[in-house]
Ligand binder design. Structure first.
Ligand code: GBH
Length: 480
């Protein structure tokens, strides 16, 4: 019998969403297009031509959705603000758009739910992309202005501010691989985007800190625990070092240590633009933060792919993708599946990857500076349909959440400073290039009727959030 696991009293129990994925109301109250509207309208980019114009209609249904959060005993809700609602031309304030978030925040506070606000979850106003997008330095300055404007309206009620969600995705899926908006495949632009996203983060932190030194500020990064296919192969070890460098360290090190990782800059020697980093940029990027948000889904196994004995598995993998590698400068590295359990996304499930990651971050980057870790996303795509009584049983997701929460608890016991956990996601929603075909919600959304049906995982999570502990009520064997 697995023992009960009790979490600290002040541990935040949350769920997360993002504006473009749930709001819909694409042209309400003066909202302009984001790069995702444009991308989704481009034939062949999003599966089945799906887009976010209606999504979960959360823009109109937020009171019911907040009531649902309350029923699920959530102590916090992580959402993002749509920049094209707040500044349709990228610069000028649109009070009608901003007002939606003011109403949402009031609704949350009334329900005793802590609002956890993300400024940028990938929906750049199209006008700013037309002006060059993230590869342009000016976009970073625009983010800081936007941060200030949102703070003017919500700063009296929102204490937790996240500048960016997963800048790796914005830079490398958006500008190198082209499988996210804006769909560009320009390796150098992707590196420029990465630096300007980080610069925008730093400038936004400075802007917010100036207004109110007591805010809880930070950013959210995606982390993939990267392993070599053959731990005895120097080429595979180098492949894992490179991907860990590009996906994880290129972002966390400038923010927490004030420098780009030297080995990654060395890998990128031929590609990294010499005029990119201005004097003072790294000081800005490493402006002190209070919180590091950790999005964790999977482990990734990589191989250098060119060894003759591995060439066939690498080639098979490469054929599955008709788009360039997001790993600029390490295009020869290939992700392989080891045959361990995967989610509906094909991502390798590994709860121990999460505890290892949290401990590593605490030890190498955040512990000494007193920066608190929060798991700002964790969850699983799985497609379970309602039974005859209208219940949705999703045992694989429940099992996934159970074991990842145990991993968080384990990391706490081993000394990591983790302040809370947000399930991805509250609702089934627009899963980017996959449209509505992948369901991450603990609540099912019927896209015809907009009905919300809490799945078994939601009922289980409500018990955990309400009691602050996990007991062993029916979760299955560990996934690994
Ligand atoms: C997050 O991104 C987003 O913040 C969120 O909007 C999104 O809906 C959610 O996750 C689910 O996708 O191919 O095995 O190497 C996820 C970012 C980056 C996670 C790539 C998985 C690759 C795993 N993803 N990563 S693998």
């Amino acid at each position: 019998m697995t023992p009960d696991l009790t979490f600290p009293q002040d541990f935040l129990w949350g769920a997360a969403t993002a504006s473009y994925q749930i709001e819909g109301a694409g042209d309400a109250d003066g909202r302009s297009d984001s790069i995702w509207d444009t991308y989704a309208r481009t034939p062949g980019q999003v599966l089945h031509g799906h887009d976010g114009s209606v999504a979960c209609d959360h823009y109109h249904r937020y009171p019911q959705d907040v009531a649902l959060m309350r029923e699920l005993n959530l102590s916090s809700y992580r959402f993002s603000v749509a920049w094209p609602r707040v500044m349709p031309d990228g610069r000028t304030l649109n009070p009608a758009g901003l007002d939606f978030y003011s109403r949402l925040v009031d609704e949350l506070l009334e329900a005793d739910i802590v609002p956890w606000l993300t400024l940028y979850h990938w929906d750049l106003p199209q006008v700013l992309e037309d002006a060059g997008g993230w590869p342009e330095r000016d976009t970073a300055l625009r983010l800081a202005d936007y941060a200030g404007a949102v703070h003017d309206a919500l700063g009296d009620r929102v204490r937790h501010w996240t500048t960016l969600n997963e800048p790796w995705c914005s830079a490398f899926l958006g500008y190198a691989q082209g499988r996210h908006a804006p769909g560009r495949t320009e390796p150098t632009s992707a590196l420029r985007a990465a630096h300007h996203l980080l610069l925008g983060h730093g400038l936004a932190v400075e802007e917010l800190r100036r207004r109110d030194p007591s805010l809880q500020l930070g950013l959210t990064l995606n982390f993939t625990d990267t392993r070599p296919l053959d731990p005895a192969s120097p080429r595979d070890l180098d492949a894992a070092r490179r991907i860990d460098g590009m996906a994880n360290r290129l972002f966390v090190e400038p923010v927490t240590l004030g420098a780009y990782p030297a080995d990654v800059l060395e890998d990128l020697r031929e590609l990294w633009p010499q005029d990119l980093v201005h004097e003072g940029d790294l000081a800005t990027i490493s402006a002190p933060i209070d919180v590091l948000g950790v999005n964790y889904y999977a482990t990734q196994t990589v191989t250098a792919g060119c060894d003759p004995e591995r060439a066939s598995v690498a080639a098979a993998q490469a054929r599955r993708h008709d788009s360039p590698s997001p790993s600029v400068g390490s295009e020869h590295v290939v992700t392989v599946r080891r045959g361990v359990p995967v989610s509906d996304m094909g991502w390798e499930i590994s709860p121990t990857g999460l505890s290892d990651l949290l401990l590593r971050l605490h030890k190498d980057y955040t512990g000494a500076a007193g920066v608190r870790l929060y798991v700002t996303e964790n969850g699983m795509a799985d497609d379970d349909v309602p039974d005859a009584n209208g219940y949705v049983e999703d045992p694989d997701r429940l099992n996934y959440l159970d074991h990842h929460l145990r991993a968080v608890h384990d990391s706490l016991q081993r000394g990591a400073d983790v302040g809370g956990y947000f399930v991805w996601s509250l609702l089934d929603n627009f899963e980017w290039a996959w449209g509505y075909t992948k369901r991450f919600g603990i609540v099912r959304v019927d896209y015809d009727t907009q009905e919300r049906i809490p799945k078994a995982s939601a009922r289980w999570y409500a018990d955990v959030a309400g009691s602050g502990r996990i007991d062993h009520n029916g979760a299955g064997a560990p996934p690994e």
